[in-house]
Ligand binder design. Structure first.
Ligand code: F6P
Length: 280
């Protein structure tokens, strides 16, 4: 695992440089989710692929930017699914973005997940790596330094409600309104990594991306976004559910499958379970 941890750190430093200097003009290609790929997305994908290719313990990689998995080392034990630059359209407006990594042993699938990691590129570059515990690292003077272990409180104060509100179910809207009526504060940038990072570091709250009338299965991708954050939230003492079940109990059919998702501290996710058990 140490060699993977090091490869992610090398990738993160190179991606930070690419974000700082790269012209972010649109490429002509679309990714597997039909989004126009930025040249920056492609560059970040190449960086990670190059760094992972040097690690013999990695068997196969799957990138959010590619249609198919790619075999790297026949004898490797680990399978890594990653989103090289999540929320990349936010670079244009100078908001924070991130890279997300789900690390599996013996094949992809939530039950095989053994670690997860993300990197936030904001005013500072930070990395969160969860194996048995969730640990925060800060890029300082060219190296990632350990800062602290992250634990969620039982209840938080922040609310990050994703999806187009017009297309929410009435019971979902009522639930979110209920949280705001209790005093929760809105914190939603449209970047999954910084939005979930903020909730983790500020002690708790709820990030939601529900099923909507236009996207009944949500928007966020199981392998590249949902499972890694589910793992990180659980290891931090929180919960990650699809309304009722643990996200990490869900399977996947295609590598680009999405899931309805809620990540948060226990008070908020218990409320989601109550509401969704009655309505969904
Ligand atoms: O999957 C890409 C992404 O940009 C996530 O980072 C973010 O949480 C989500 O989409 C935002 O979606 P929406 O704009 O529909 O709320």
């Amino acid at each position: 695992m140490r060699d993977i941890f090091d490869a992610i750190q090398r990738s993160a430093k190179r991606i930070k440089e690419a974000i700082d200097v790269k012209d972010i003009g649109y490429s002509q290609q679309e990714n597997s989710s039909g989004e126009t790929q930025l040249e920056l997305d492609i560059r970040c994908d190449m960086i990670i692929e190059e760094e992972f290719s040097k690690v013999n313990s990695i068997h196969t990689i799957a990138s959010e930017e590619k249609t198919h998995e790619e075999l790297l080392h026949e004898d490797g034990a680990y399978f890594i699914a990653y989103d090289p630059l999540d929320g990349s359209s936010l670079v244009d407006v100078n908001l924070s973005v991130g890279s997300i990594f789900g690390i599996y042993k013996g094949g992809f699938g939530s039950e095989k997940m053994v670690a997860a990691c993300y990197v936030v590129y904001g005013p500072r570059v930070e990395m969160v790596f969860a194996e048995n515990k969730t640990k925060l690292y800060l890029l300082q003077g060219g190296d990632f330094e350990f800062v602290k272990e992250i634990r969620l409180n039982e209840k938080g104060k922040l609310m990050a409600p994703g999806g187009t509100q017009q297309n929410w179910a009435a019971y979902h809207k009522e639930m979110i309104d209920g949280f705001f009526a209790e005093g929760y504060r809105l914190r939603y940038s449209g970047g999954m990594v910084p939005d979930l990072h903020q909730i983790l570091l500020k002690g708790g709250g709820l990030f939601s991306y529900p099923g909507t009338s236009d996207k009944p299965e949500g928007k966020l991708r199981r392998l590249f976004e949902v499972f890694p954050f589910a793992y990180i939230y659980e290891k931090s003492g929180g919960e990650a559910i699809d309304g009722q079940q643990r996200l990490l109990s869900l399977g996947y059919g295609h590598i680009h499958d999405t899931a309805i998702c809620f990540f948060g501290s226990n008070y908020e996710t218990n409320r989601v379970k109550e509401v969704y058990a009655k309505n969904a």
